[in-house]
Design a protein around this ligand. Sequence first.
Ligand code: FAD
Length: 450
Amino acid sequence: YCSNEPNSLVSDACVSYATLEDINTEIRPAIQFLTQQVDFFTYYRLDLYGRECPFWSDDAGFCANRACAVELADEKDIPESWRSSELGKIEGPKASQPSSEVKKEEPSPFKGTLGEDTAESCIFEPQEGESRDYCVPEDESNGSNCVYVSLLDNPERFTGYAGTSANNVWRAVYQENCFNTQAQSQKQSSNQPPFGGAFGRGIPADPNAAANLKNVMDRRKHEVVQKNLIAPPPEEQCLEKRVFYRVISGMHASISMHLCYNFFNQTTGQWGPNLQCYKDRLHNFPDRIQNMYFNYAILLRAVAKLRKNLNHYTFCAGDKRTNEFTRKKLSALTDSIASHPSVFDESVMFRDENSIVLKEDFRNRFRNVSRLMDCVGCDKCRLWGKIQTSGYGTAMKILFEYDENEENGRNPVLRRTELVALINTLGRLSNSLYAFTRFGAMIERERVIE
Ligand code: FAD
C-alpha cells in the first residue's frame, strides 16, 4: 500500500500535498458557505459545562481569561424545531427510530415515515448503533445541561489557555496511542495502577472504572507535566496505529495553526497571524503539517462517502424549504469532492485476522480521547475540542462502518451534532491548509528581504 511513495505524497494517504491544496481551493467557498451561512451548521448543541473530567480533578486548570469564555446562544435565535421545549414534546429515544438492523424487505425508514420535524437524527441517540460510535455522544436527549452555541459567535482562536492543564490533556490524548504497551501492562502486579507510565495503557473505556482511577491520576498529575509527550509511533507500526497517531497529531497541529493565525496582539489590540508562534509550533515540524494534511484527506473521503446517504437525511431545519436548501448545499459539496479521485482508501485498514480486536481497541481509545475533552479547562477550547473530536469520530464511523452504496437506511444513523461536527471539522482543516500557505508566503517574504 502506497509503496515507493515519493516525498510529495502524504504518507498513508497516497495523495500529494498539491492535489489536496487544489481540492481545497476548489471547495473552500462551499465549506465556508455551509459553516458561515447555513443555520444547520452554525449552531451546535452540547453539554459544555455539565460533565466533570472523568480522569482527574483539576480545579486549578480553569482558564479565567475573557478569551476562554463561550457566549451561549439565546434560545429565541434557534430554529423552533430545535428548542428544548419542542424537543421535550418528542417521545422517548425509541419513538419512530429507524433501526440500524432494518430487515431487507422493510421499506426504508427514511422515506417519508419520520416526518421533517421529528427525525431522530435531530436529537436522540440510536442506542443500538452505539457500539459503532467512535465518540461519546454530545446531545443526549435527557441532557439537561445541554446548551446551544453559535459557532460564528465563538471562533476558534488564541485564548491564552496553556501550562499544566493544557499539557496534561495533550499528554493523556497521546497516551491513548500506546496500543503496544497493553500486553506489557497486563503483566503488572495488582497493586499497581493498571496503566504503564503515567497513562500507559490508555484510560479504561468504562467511565466508572475511569472514575475509580481518579485518585491515582490526581497523585500523578504533577509527574505527568514534567515528562515529554510520547514519541510518535515508528513507521514500522501497523497502518491502523499510525493512523490513530496521525489523527490526533493532525488535530493538534490544526488547533495550533488556528491559534497562531488568529492570535491576539496585546500591543495593537488586534487579532491576526503571529509568525513567531507558527515558527515555534509548526514550521520546524513537517510531520505535524503532514498529519494535518492527512486529516484533511480522511475528512474529504468521509464526506464524499456520505453522498448517497444524504438523499434521505432529515435535516430538522424546521421547514421543508430550509431542509431542501441545506441538502442542496451539502450535496453540492459532496458532489464536488466526489468528482475527484478518492484521496484515502479505508478498505486497506482492519483487514487481517486481528482486526476485530484492533478495531474495538481503536474505537475505545478514540472514545477516551473524546472524554478527555471534558478535562480541558478553557470553555472555548473545550467547545472546539469537542467539535473536532466528534468530527473525527464521525469521519471514522463513516469510513469504517458505512457502506457507501447503501441507500436503504442500514448504515448507522448520523445525529445532527455528528454531521455538524464533521462539516465544521472539515472547515477547520480547510482553514488550516489556507493558513499554512499564508504563513509560507510570510516566511518567503522574510527570506527575500534578508
Ligand atoms: P502544546 O501545543 O500544548 O503541545 C505540548 C507538546 O506536544 C509540545 O511541546 C510537543 O512536544 C507536542 N506537540 C505539539 N504539537 C504536536 C503535534 N501536532 N503532534 C505531535 N506532538 C505535538 N489554545 C488556544 O489558544 N486556543 C484554542 O482554541 C485551544 N484549544 C485547545 C484544545 C485542546 C483540546 C487543548 C488540550 C488545548 C487547547 N489550547 C488552545 C491550548 C494549546 O493547544 C496549547 O496547549 C497551549 O497553547 C500551550 O502550548 P505549548 O507550547 O505548551 O504546546
